[in-house]
Design a protein around this ligand. Structure first.
Ligand code: SAM
Ligand code: SF4
Length: 326
């Protein structure tokens, strides 16, 4: 069992397969000419499987593949197939561009839930945010997943003045589709131009939805990072990930393995533990994992304790989101 000094058991591992991506979402990547980590410095397929197996032996029950865009990695299919053999719930977060070709592999590996990032339902705005003209491809891939009865969760980062006016459109989408839309508060990371006035808070999101719909809270599972809601008569549902204004750290069970093999005990931790080098040097990584999680801070990596309006994003010591693995 992996636990921290506050008694939180950690049984959920998020593995970043790459810091490479075919999108350029401005809130996630530092800049257009960002240098991706060379393949030799990333965990290799067998190293990912080896580390994942060690975590599973220590009690991990759920693994999420993320990135960067996990599906741009050339050996993504091999990795997914190998991890699918472990006794864990395997899930993935993707930008949705490569679903059609990967669907057979998802099914084979037993992936039953796919989280897709989609911040707008307007093709021109999609282009503005991602700098890629593939809105319709992502939309049709979402339809494909729904046809295949795979659970779809849509991640929408809400940014004031950019897409907050679309919250109602996303809610309308849940009327006849069994999707869960997850509205995410915009978070600060290295180089992502975060300012508090671009943030659209949990309460603002809820207020906006309640203007047009009857909203009922839904009890989530114990380690949920989202506050869950339903609207009577809608096939789908929605949730809010309120990291900035109402963090859910007291039930956190998450660990993050970056694509270059570093363990982060929190999304906002400034420290990391180099498991990949240790693995390559044939060291026992289990004590390193346990020590890292034991040293986890109570809340938000100990870095975002102030009220978000007073937060100095430049003072936060962290990687960019794309190099952490969201
Ligand atoms: N490429 C995949 C994708 O876009 O779904 C997986 C990686 S992405 C880093 C994971 C999630 O992090 C996405 O849903 C993305 O919207 C979210 N994300 C990235 N930067 C963020 C930020 N600054 N604030 C909140 N969420 C963010
Ligand atoms: Fe790529 Fe996902 Fe980041 Fe967008 S949010 S740049 S799709 S990793």
């Amino acid at each position: 069992m992996i636990a921290d000094s506050f008694g939180r058991v950690h049984d959920y591992l998020r593995i970043s397969l790459t810091d490479n991506c075919n999108f350029r979402c401005f809130y996630c990547m530092p800049e257009e000419d960002y240098d991706f980590t060379p393949a030799s410095r990333l965990m290799q397929t067998d190293e990912i499987v080896q580390l994942a197996r060690i975590f599973v032996e220590q009690g991990v029950k759920k693994i999420r593949l993320t990135g960067g865009e996990p599906l741009v990695r050339k050996d993504a299919a091999t990795i997914i197939a190998a991890l699918g053999k472990l006794p864990v719930e395997l899930v993935i977060t993707t930008n949705g561009t490569r679903i059609a070709e990967m669907l057979p592999i998802f099914k084979e590996a037993g992936i039953k839930t796919v989280n897709i990032s989609l911040d707008t339902l307007q093709p021109e705005k999609f282009m503005l945010i991602t700098r890629r003209d593939v809105f319709h491809q992502v939309r049709s891939n979402i339809e494909l997943l729904l046809q295949e009865k795979i659970t779809v969760k849509i991640n929408m980062v809400v940014m004031k003045g950019l897409n907050d006016g679309e919250i109602k459109d996303f809610i309308n989408w849940t009327k006849h589709n069994p999707i869960q839309v997850r509205f995410i508060e915009f978070m600060p990371f290295s180089g992502n131009k975060w300012t508090s006035n671009k943030m659209f808070s949990y309460q603002e999101i809820l207020n906006q939805i309640e203007k047009d719909f009857t909203v009922l809270p839904v009890e989530g599972s114990p380690n949920d990072t989202a506050k869950n809601f339903m609207i009577p008569g809608h096939d789908g549902s929605f949730a809010v990930i309120s990291t900035m204004t109402a963090p859910f750290c007291n039930t956190c069970n998450r660990m993050r393995l970056t694509a270059d093999g570093k363990l982060k005990n929190c999304l906002f931790s400034d420290g990391e533990t180099d498991l990949l080098t240790a693995l390559r040097n044939l060291q026992d990584v289990v004590p390193m994992i346990k020590a890292s999680i034991w040293s986890k801070k109570k809340e938000l990596g100990g870095q975002l304790m102030t009220h978000f309006e007073k937060l100095d994003a430049d003072a936060i010591k962290n990687r960019s989101m794309i190099t952490i693995g969201g």
